[in-house]
Design a protein around this ligand. Structure first.
Ligand SMILES: [Zn+2]
Ligand SMILES: [Zn+2]
Ligand SMILES: [Zn+2]
Length: 212
């Protein structure tokens, strides 16, 4: 009998937004106290820390809420052949899967298919808290950017934009600068319409993942 001793981890990168897959053998995982897996975009990573003989902690920055999440996993679940799923407790974004390679990849396919179907079937309407506010906010941000008034405090003005159901995340492509623009209500829309400039700030050390 051939026993597969590898674990696959799928992680939805908090920076580039795509799923990145990592593979590690169970033996390797047992050898070291901490393992770091960096996304191919080099901007974000996931850590697996062996707390004691029975527990592991998975730490990762979250694309949904912008915070770092820590999930504790027993050794039994870790090495079980089934799939472990981890979601953001705030936004419900499915951000990490761990388990057998085939199952993990299938799971990611399904997640991506679901999202596509949602977009195709209902448009964006079903996703946003207030679609009109979301699109108006987006337009407003584009206007501000066009006037050259959207930038990061590091001087970069190449800003990435991620739309969530009730807010827009702005991220600097060069540093850890971020800014969250609420886009759930007309009150939010009013606030963004009053803004003439958006400046991203370097995030606090709490969510700065490469620091210990
Ligand atoms: Zn990435
Ligand atoms: Zn989260
Ligand atoms: Zn920056």
């Amino acid at each position: 009998m051939l026993i597969d001793m590898n674990l696959t981890i799928a992680y939805k990168c908090s920076s580039c937004g795509s799923f990145e897959f990592f593979s590690i053998s169970i033996f390797k995982l047992l050898q070291k106290k901490e393992h770091l897996f960096v996304c191919r975009c080099n901007n974000s990573s996931i850590r697996i820390i062996r707390e004691d003989l029975k527990h592991y902690t998975l730490k990762m920055p979250c694309i949904g809420c912008g915070n770092e999440h820590a999930f504790v996993l027993g050794r039994r679940e870790m090495f079980h052949r089934h799939i472990n799923s981890f979601c953001c407790s705030e936004t419900g974004v499915q951000q990490c899967f761990l388990g057998n390679d085939e199952e993990v990849r299938k799971k990611v396919d399904n997640v991506e298919k679901e999202l596509d179907e949602l977009i195709n079937m209902f448009g964006y309407d079903s996703y946003f808290k207030n679609t009109q506010v979301m699109f108006d906010t987006l337009n407003r941000i584009h206007d501000i950017a066009e006037q050259g008034n959207l930038s990061c405090e590091c001087g970069n003005n190449d800003i990435e934009l991620i739309m969530l159901s009730d807010k827009i995340h702005l991220k600097c492509s060069r540093c850890s600068g971020t800014k969250v623009i609420s886009a759930a209500s007309n009150e939010d829309l009013k606030n963004i319409n009053l803004k003439k400039q958006i400046l991203l700030m370097e995030s606090t050390p709490k969510s700065f993942i490469f620091e210990k």
